[in-house]
Write a protein that binds this ligand. Structure first.
Ligand SMILES: Nc1nc2c(ncn2[C@@H]2O[C@H](COP(=O)(O)OP(=O)(O)OP(=O)(O)O)[C@@H](O)[C@H]2O)c(=O)[nH]1
Ligand SMILES: [Mg+2]
Length: 395
């Protein structure tokens, strides 16, 4: 009897130990990893469930579910550029250096009691010093002399009005100064920006991009200045602020091919305007001017360039005119941007440039700030030069 009892107990013990042996490994065992999915499985699931979502992970030690941190791409904060209307009026005080010549000195001379030969000579000298150019100065002074003689005008406001009319006339208000930046039949307008070293090309490209964005257009920038990586970085920074993509190539890449790719990308993405920045080049370096000609020809494989803007540094005065002439021979310049007008007393260069080149000044740069670029308007410009209103509008 006791023997049976012992055997039964032993069997029970074996059973219990065996049971534990079976259960414990199960408890310890980690769940089997699922079988690797095929590409088809994954695609099918993604189609159904949208973009993949990371599953919450089980914390092994505590068993508490921990949500993975939600990694969201930071939304780019885009700047809203200033509207372009009224910029020249807002920035008129930036012309203060030129205002001294035109507003103060010229008007002062004109209102002398006796407008004798010496006074007229002084008036001529002031205009020439302000870079108006010899031919334009002669025309302006001859017409003023004639009109003051015929009309016998002597009051300050009348003389101011006569001078203003002659200056506006010398700026040819009939020229078309609109920028051709509108897409045609879904194809972006292409704007090529050229000029000598340091004229302000890249800055002006950036400012124009802002002008266009402010006017509701979409813009793509092409960094065809491949001499320095920093040049493309500089352009990309301008574009990034207003959400414009920049197409760039490797350092020392062929600028023509980067410009071509930029226009192609602009066509593919359907932007309104492609702006191409080029490297600074001196007009007397034949190889570099040939390279610019090539950029133009290669870009035109996509279709004609809508606008070629020559950036001229206003502080270089009459020297800029010779540069400009050479550029117009290589590319078909359709508009001039006079940069750095804020840094010169020679605002008359606007008159000389147009007269010598027969190409309209379309925009003027009036400072280093992001929105310090204004559409050029002869009447507003002359008014700013002769301004009788308080000048400190722009804080
Ligand atoms: N005061 C003033 N400075 C300007 C204006 N436009 C450009 N600049 C300055 O001129 C300098 C040269 O400008 P960039 O745009 O780099 O000139 P760039 O023609 O691209 O130069 P490269 O590519 O080296 O040939 C910068 O310091 C600009 O801030 C302007 O209208 N007024
Ligand atoms: Mg540049």
């Amino acid at each position: 009897m006791t023997e049976y009892l012992l055997i039964a107990l032993a069997l029970l013990g074996v059973l219990i130990l065996g049971g534990i042996g079976l259960v414990v490994p199960r408890l310890r065992r980690r769940p089997e990893p699922p079988l690797p999915k095929t590409e088809v499985d994954t695609r099918a699931e993604e189609d159904l469930a949208g973009p993949p979502v990371q599953a919450p992970e089980a914390e092994l030690s505590t068993g508490i579910l921990v949500e993975p941190p939600v990694v969201e791409a930071p939304a780019p904060v885009l700047e809203v550029p200033e509207p372009t209307a009224g910029r020249l009026v807002r920035l008129r005080s930036r012309l203060s250096r030129s205002q001294n010549v035109f507003g103060k000195s010229l008007l002062g001379l004109l209102s002398r009691d006796h407008l004798d030969e010496d006074t007229w000579e002084e008036i001529e000298d002031s205009l020439i010093t302000a870079d108006v150019g010899v031919d334009a100065t002669r025309d302006i002074v001859d017409r003023l002399r004639e009109r003051t003689r015929v009309l016998g005008t002597r009051s300050g406001s009348e003389l101011r009005a006569l001078l203003a009319a002659e200056l506006v006339n010398a700026l040819d208000p009939t020229l078309d100064r609109s920028l051709r930046t509108a897409p045609k039949e879904g194809v972006p307008a292409v704007v090529l920006v050229v000029g000598v070293n340091g004229a302000g090309k890249t800055t002006t490209c950036g400012k124009i991009a802002r002008v266009l964005v402010a006017d509701g257009r979409s813009v793509l920038l092409g960094a065809a200045d491949t001499f320095r990586a920093a040049a493309a970085d500089q352009l990309e920074t301008w574009g990034g602020r207003v959400g414009a993509e920049t197409v760039r190539g490797p350092e020392a890449a062929d600028p023509a091919s980067v410009a071509f790719d930029a226009v192609k990308r602009g066509i593919d993405t359907g932007v309104d305007t492609v702006l191409i920045d080029t490297a600074g080049r001196l007009q007397n370096k034949i190889g570099l001017m040939d390279e610019l000609g090539k950029v133009k020809r290669v870009v035109e494989k996509h279709g004609p360039i809508d606008e070629t803007l020559l950036i001229l540094d206003a502080t270089t005065g009459q020297n800029g005119l010779e540069q400009a002439r050479v550029f117009t021979e290589v590319v078909n310049v359709t508009g001039v941007v006079l940069s750095k007008l804020d840094g010169t007393a020679k605002g008359g260069i606007v008159i000389a440039v147009q007269r010598k080149l027969g190409i309209p000044v379309k925009l003027v740069g009036l400072g280093e700030g992001k929105d310090d670029l204004a559409p050029f308007d002869p009447a507003q410009f002359v008014d700013a030069l002769l301004g009788t209103e308080p000048l400190a509008r722009d804080a």
